[in-house]
Design a protein around this ligand. Structure first.
Ligand SMILES: Nc1ncnc2c1ncn2[C@@H]1O[C@H](COP(=O)(O)OP(=O)(O)OP(=O)(O)O)[C@@H](O)[C@H]1O
Length: 634
């Protein structure tokens, strides 16, 4: 994903004021009925200031008339009822409006989050999910942050409210124009609009500062999670890290907050301009009609009408959170647009899954397990220049069991992610059944692959569901689930639990239980076996015996790998006892194949594989430790 976005990985928040506003208004119409009701409530709210001004003037006229004995009691009662009714109705409708706004904002936010999820799932490979720019933009767009300060929904409903507030100010200005002076009405409107524009500019600046610091906030949140969530809690307690983690979190949080507060302090320093403009507006609204009344050119009732109406005009210069909600939430909308453009770019530059999934490149040859060939394959992780895979040429024949071995970090897992279509090569080609695999075919290809990753998932579901998840359309195949469980050696778990295959594998759910690391690994193997039994024709096993005891490891090849008939198998293991029976063993070094052959051939060659094997074997012989240590030291 491109990072060419200026500071903080963002484009400027404003594209065009009008387009921005229209985008937000469109967004606010997420649900026609709710937004229709909101419009009615806002219309009422817009009319209230002008109506209150007129009713107050009427009340004052009634009161002064009653005082001089020229008016009856009803001349005071009716305007009093009108003013009270306006106030009560305003209270009720304001509460209703707030509830509707919250509901509408929730609908809009949920819709945006769904779009972000779709965008995250859209590209063929998963490289973008490890891209910090994508992570920041997704966080900006879907407001996953603490306190929900950035919400497209809040921005959209705020924008709708603001439009009607302007309408209300126009209504109040019209009352001033009719009751006193069109000039005063215009001046008040202009001064308040300028005031608002100044405030808005500062909020935009603050929103940009927050945007640029998004990754700082994510770091602080990470340490919050470490301090309080389950997976890290064991180590945090055991190593007594709690205070250190809290200090680290506080440090990160303060560093982030300081940048925001310094922007806020800057804004506060400039508030003098706002105060001056507000003083001009308030002064002219009170002074000019006041002087006219003193001269006898304006009645007391008209004076009150003008003053109350002026209050209505001031509403558009208000300093409330609304401006921040709008500007900051708008940043979320812009982030969504950027995600849209970039993800669409990725999809279209390589062809979208939707358009081209199932292209011939990923079509299996008549019933035969997959054949894979890499030609000059190169891969570097996003944002890194380091070629983890560096010009790799390898053929995996249909139906063979190929083992990948090599030192830590040479790129074995990376290679199987490429072979499985999870990443696309930086250069070179991967051919599946003789045809080049591109983004278009990757999605269809992945449907032919079953993988047990080193960091396999542990789903808080039943044992049966944990196995059947690899082919959910066959989850009613009870016999298939049992067969996969038997081969992976997890049938004993079902046998000794009263709930059998319905046993819930989650200790934090009522009636649930947890498994050991080795038992979970067997469940992951059963899951992959189940997928192969339902048609997947490449089985990839990354360190499948890492958690298994010696008995289970010894049985693994015989019961799982040797039993696979309809699939090609790629197996990674540091335990050379696990891979020695493979049809072919490939040694990777520095992202390339440096040795390959059967176990016997590689031992006879006396290369690096033979050396590694001797080190491991020596550990189990009497004279072993010394020989092994010497070998390791070489
Ligand atoms: N998501 C990632 N982003 C950037 N670099 C990565 C990423 N994952 C792995 N790497 C780097 O790629 C290199 C190869 O990693 P890989 O996991 O493929 O090695 P491996 O051979 O499977 O190692 P091991 O035997 O320890 O499992 C390492 O140098 C690692 O630091």
């Amino acid at each position: 994903m491109s990072t060419d976005r200026g500071a903080g990985g963002t484009t400027p928040l404003t594209k065009s004021l009008l387009t921005d506003r229209l985008d937000l208004l469109r967004l606010s119409a997420a649900d026609r009925r709710v937004s229709g009701l909101l419009v009615l409530v806002h219309l009422w709210a817009a009319a209230v200031p002008a109506l209150t001004a007129v009713a107050t003037g009427w009340l004052v006229a009634g009161l002064t008339g009653a005082a001089t004995g020229r008016q009856t009691v009803s001349a005071v009662a009716w305007p009093l009822i009108a003013v009270s009714a306006l106030l009560v109705a305003d209270e009720i409708l304001t509460s209703l409006g707030r509830t509707l706004e919250q509901y509408n904002a929730g609908l809009i936010d949920a819709r945006i989050r769904r779009r972000v999820r779709r965008l995250a799932m859209a590209p063929s490979s998963m490289a973008h999910l490890e891209d910090p720019v994508f992570a920041d933009e997704a966080a900006r767009a879907s407001d996953v942050g603490e306190g929900r300060v950035r919400s497209p929904g809040t921005a959209a409903v705020g924008q709708l409210r603001l439009c009607f507030r302007f309408l209300g100010a126009l209504g109040s200005a019209a009352v001033i124009a009719v009751s006193f002076s069109p000039w005063l009405a215009v001046v008040l409107l202009v001064v308040c609009a300028v005031n608002r524009a100044l405030i808005r500019r500062w909020w935009v600046h603050l929103a940009e500062v927050r945007d640029e610091r998004e990754s700082m906030r994510r770091r602080a949140e990470y340490w919050s999670d470490v301090a309080s969530t389950g997976p890290a809690a064991k180590e945090v307690r055991l190593f007594g890290l709690h205070e250190w983690v809290v200090r680290r979190r506080t440090h990160e949080l303060l560093a982030w907050a300081e940048t925001i507060w310094s922007a806020r302090r800057e804004i506060l320093r400039q508030q003098g301009w706002i105060a001056l403009l507000a003083a001009i507006a308030a002064g002219s609204a009170l002074l000019l009609p006041g002087l006219a009344a003193a001269r006898g050119d304006l009645s007391a009732s008209a004076l009150m009408t003008v003053i109350v109406a002026a209050w209505g005009v001031f509403q558009i210069a208000s300093m409330g959170r609304e401006a921040f909600d709008i500007e900051y939430g708008l940043g979320a909308v812009r982030a969504l647009e950027r995600l849209n453009t970039t993800q669409h770019g990725i999809a279209t530059s390589a062809g979208t899954d939707v358009q081209q999934a199932g292209e011939p490149s990923a079509t299996p040859e008549e019933g035969a397990p997959a054949t894979l060939r890499t030609e000059g394959l190169v891969f570097a992780y996003p944002g890194s220049q380091h070629r983890v895979i560096d010009g790799l040429d390898l053929t995996v024949r249909s139906g063979e069991v190929l083992a990948l071995v090599g030192h830590n970090g040479v790129g074995k897992t990376t290679l199987i992610k490429l072979l499985s279509g999870l990443y696309l090569p930086t250069a070179g080609r991967l051919l599946v059944d003789g045809r080049p695999l591109d983004a278009a075919g990757a999605s269809a290809w992945r449907k032919r692959v079953a993988v047990v990753f080193q960091d396999f998932n542990r789903y808080p579901l039943s044992l049966a569901d944990n196995i059947a998840l690899s082919a959910p359309e066959h989850r009613h195949d009870k016999e298939g689930i049992r067969a996969a469980a038997r081969r992976a050696g997890v049938d004993v778990l079902a046998d000794r639990s009263p709930d059998g295959y319905d046993t819930l594998l989650s200790a934090d759910r009522t009636g649930g239980t947890d498994l050991s690391g080795g038992q979970w690994q067997r469940v992951a193997i059963a899951r992959a076996v189940f997928a192969v039994e339902h048609g997947r024709d490449l089985l990839v096993l990354d360190e499948p015996t890492a958690h298994l005891d010696v008995h289970a490891e010894a049985r693994f090849y015989r019961q799982v790998v040797a039993e696979v008939t309809g699939a090609t198998v790629v197996l990674i293991s540091h335990r050379l006892s696990t891979v020695r029976q493979a049809d072919r063993i490939v040694l990777l070094e520095a992202g390339q194949v440096t040795e390959q052959g059967t176990h016997r051939e590689l031992l006879d060659d006396g290369g690096e594989y033979a050396r590694l094997f001797r080190i491991q074997a020596a550990r189990f012989t009497d004279t072993g430790p010394r020989t092994g240590e010497k070998e390791a030291a070489r």
